[in-house]
Ligand binder design. Structure first.
Ligand code: NAD
Length: 355
């Protein structure tokens, strides 16, 4: 057995269909009496019904969460929390809403209860990010890790199929990179492989039957495991590329992850054979990168950056940004690998199935 350091996350996880029924008990356990409910504009109806249900235990609703936490929205959220004298936030939604809760926690220290409704995984990580002037700055801080996460598969029953698949692939990307992370542990390996298995099994079922209860539950279970490993180990090339593409070219988050994952996996394959074997085993296929590509393509998700509207002329600048500084990755990446990264990006733009 190799030496390792494993730090378990301190988040309490309440999982199960209908588990939002335990919300009041969970607020009691944290001593919260006036939570600010956060949502995107698209989920404001659900947020308002939570407000009605909580009555005086709800300080109000702030329903303006948007992708990548723009600084102005974060400032408004902090002001709302202070003006309404909230003692915590209740984030109902995906990574955008949970990201806003984290930005508020960073400034105010307010504890977060997260109720995720996508598979992005942000609820299990101490990673925060705020976008200012087109640049997203991220960091890690234990204060932004949600205290309690309520995973209720019934809340994702109406998540559109397209978002379900790309969001699930986003979660799987955390697990793939966890399997070759420099600081992985036997525990994170188990969690990552199980998360991949659960999502790879659930996504094709959701494509056919979006409201299938077992598949919704399996997908959310997989998302929990994938989010947990994202919070525990260092990510590498795939996440770096998605950060560049999402941040500098304003491409949609989950879709970019879906397109890049098979290509980044193929790029690293020879340098991480054990991780590839585990990914393939979890997907029930013989070739990890091809299995990921096929999972996306066969379930109607985009497989090319061209389909996301990226201009081919921007690939050179993306390669420059991705290669600007070296960072930990199974296969070396840095200025000396600029051309190899450019080739990877071309394959991602074309939507070429990995060899
Ligand atoms: P999102 O939160 O932006 O949600 C996408 C859309 O789906 C929104 O319009 C939302 O209102 C809607 N939606 C969410 N759940 C729904 C449901 N059950 N039914 C119907 N509609 C629903 O998307 P996301 O992919 O969850 O999050 C992306 C953001 O999260 C990015 O900014 C990304 O950087 C961040 N993220 C952060 C971390 C981290 O650890 N900090 C991890 C993953 C993602």
């Amino acid at each position: 057995m190799r030496p390792f350091i494993h730090q378990a996350a301190a988040t309490r996880v309440v999982f199960g269909a209908g588990s939002l029924a335990h919300l009041e008990r969970e607020l009691d356990l944290l001593g919260l009496r006036r939570v600010l409910v956060l949502s995107t504009p698209g989920q404001s109806t659900a947020a308002q019904s939570l407000q009605q249900r909580l009555g005086p235990r709800c300080a109000g609703v702030f329903g303006r969460a948007v992708m990548h936490v723009p600084l102005g929205v974060a400032i408004e959220g902090v002001e709302a929390a202070r003006t309404l004298r909230a003692d915590g936030t209740l984030a109902l939604g995906g990574g955008s809403t949970i990201g806003l809760a984290k930005a508020i926690a960073l400034e105010t220290g307010l504890p977060i209860v997260a109720v995720p409704t996508t598979y992005a995984g942000s609820e299990m990580t101490p990673i925060h990010g705020i976008t200012d002037g087109g640049i997203k700055r991220t960091g890690r801080d234990a204060r932004v890790l949600p205290r309690t996460v309520i995973y209720d598969p019934e809340l994702s029953r109406d998540l559109p199929v397209g978002i379900s698949v790309t969001s699930g692939m986003n979660a799987m990307a955390h697990a793939v990179e966890a399997l070759y992370a420099s600081d992985s542990t036997p525990m994170t390996d188990l969690m990552a492989e199980e998360g991949l298995r659960a999502l790879a099994g659930a996504l094709p079922v959701l494509r056919q039957r979006p409201r299938d209860e077992t598949a919704r539950s399996d997908a959310l279970y997989g998302a929990w495991l994938c989010g947990a490993v994202l919070g525990q180990v260092a990510m590498a090339l795939h996440h770096k590329l998605c950060h560049v593409l999402g941040g500098s070219f304003n491409l949609p988050h989950a879709e970019v992850h879906t397109v890049v994952l098979p290509q980044a996996t193929a790029f690293n394959a020879d340098a991480a054979p054990q991780a590839m074997a585990r990914v393939a085993r979890a997907l029930g296929c013989s070739h990890a990168a091809q299995g990921l590509f096929d999972l996306a393509r066969d379930n109607g998700a985009p497989v090319s950056l061209r389909a996301l509207g990226m201009a081919e002329a921007d690939l050179d600048r993306a390669a420059d940004l991705a290669a600007a500084q070296p960072y930990a990755n199974p296969r070396p990446v840095g200025p000396a690998q600029r051309d190899a990264l450019r080739e990877l990006l071309q394959r991602a733009w074309d939507g070429t199935r990995p060899d």
